[in-house]
Design a protein around this ligand. Structure first.
Ligand code: AMP
Ligand code: MN
Ligand code: MN
Ligand code: MN
Length: 293
């Protein structure tokens, strides 16, 4: 093994879920690379929502500071009525089918954003689309997080949690149902781009019954899904244990990621989560040939 190569075991401080301003994070990809390195992360992945435009900058910045990097993307999909996120790790960011597919999802996001703005207008909140766009680092990717920042910036909400609880989350007046792509299509794009598909933050899908959750795992495995996030900023300690067991049960590799968005907003800093349990099988074990050094 070359000297600069990292040991791909459970003790690795890997953070394989981070957002830049190319989606709904607030830092540029190169700034994020520096911050992640400062926090002691040894391997990281940029995983912007439905977008790969930050990958080149992140890879170049990481190489410059000697930080191993994986190209990634967090794709929005549908499983029944629940919106499910799938992280593609080690993808070829130039893959044309993946690029085209993501571009279609972004168009759908755009249409949804117009409907969210109309819903807010009905509630007396004007110009929310233009307002949200002021917070978007990449006008191609408009997320509810941008609407949330707008609502906070206007003094309508006291923080992002308040904006989601009163307006943006499911069941609230500015929530808009949206048909994302199927998991089947999503996994075929990730696999076509030589990536590994990882089920993101499974503990967050609160709309799923126990049975539906099992079906989600079964279907994800049947489609060739490779891993699941067990240690994530979205999981409680109990959920980390529970999903480490689920990963073993379903023969999925275990992933770890903060889901970092912003130094001002994120509770969890990159790399600050517990390490994987020593009995977990880390997803980075199979990614040696995808890591950019
Ligand atoms: P979208 O993909 O546009 O539906 O937006 C989802 C994004 O909104 C997530 O990736 C988070 O960045 C953010 N988000 C979702 N729920 C919350 C919440 N309760 N509080 C703060 N941010 C949230
Ligand atoms: Mn987000
Ligand atoms: Mn997510
Ligand atoms: Mn995320």
């Amino acid at each position: 093994m070359e000297e600069n190569k990292i040991q791909l075991d459970c003790l690795l401080n890997a953070d394989l879920h981070c957002h830049s301003r190319c989606s709904d994070g607030t830092l540029a990809p190169a700034e994020l690379a520096l911050l992640v390195k400062e926090h002691g992360v040894q391997l990281w992945a940029l995983t912007d929502h439905d977008d790969l435009s930050g990958v080149k900058e992140a890879a170049a910045a990481s190489q410059k500071i000697g930080l191993p990097f994986l190209a990634g993307v967090e794709i929005s999909t549908c499983f029944g009525a629940e919106s499910i996120h799938v992280v593609g790790l080690g993808v070829d960011a130039d893959d044309v089918v993946l690029q085209q597919g993501l571009s279609e999802i972004r168009q759908g996001r755009n249409q949804r954003a117009q409907k969210i703005a109309q819903a807010l207008e009905k509630l007396g909140i004007k110009d929310a689309l233009a307002g949200a766009l002021r917070y978007a680092g990449n006008p191609d990717v408009i997320s509810r997080a941008h609407f949330s920042r707008f609502l906070v910036g206007q003094g309508i909400c006291k923080d992002n949690a308040d904006a989601f609880n009163r307006f943006l989350r499911k069941g609230k007046p500015a929530y808009v149902e949206h048909e994302w792509i199927s998991m089947e299509e999503c996994l075929s794009w990730i696999h076509g781009a030589q990536g590994v598909a990882v089920l993101a933050h499974p503990g967050r899908y609160r709309g799923l019954s126990k049975n539906q959750r099992r079906n989600l795992f079964t279907e994800f495995c049947a489609l060739g899904g490779g891993g699941v996030e067990v240690v994530t900023g979205n999981h409680s300690t109990e959920e980390m244990v529970q999903y480490t067991q689920m990963a073993q049960h379903y023969g999925l590799l275990a992933s770890r990621g903060s889901d970092f968005h912003s130094p001002d907003e994120s509770r969890i800093c990159p790399g600050a989560l517990p390490l994987l349990n020593s009995n977990a099988d880390p997803v980075w074990r199979v990614m040696a040939n995808r890591i950019i050094y």
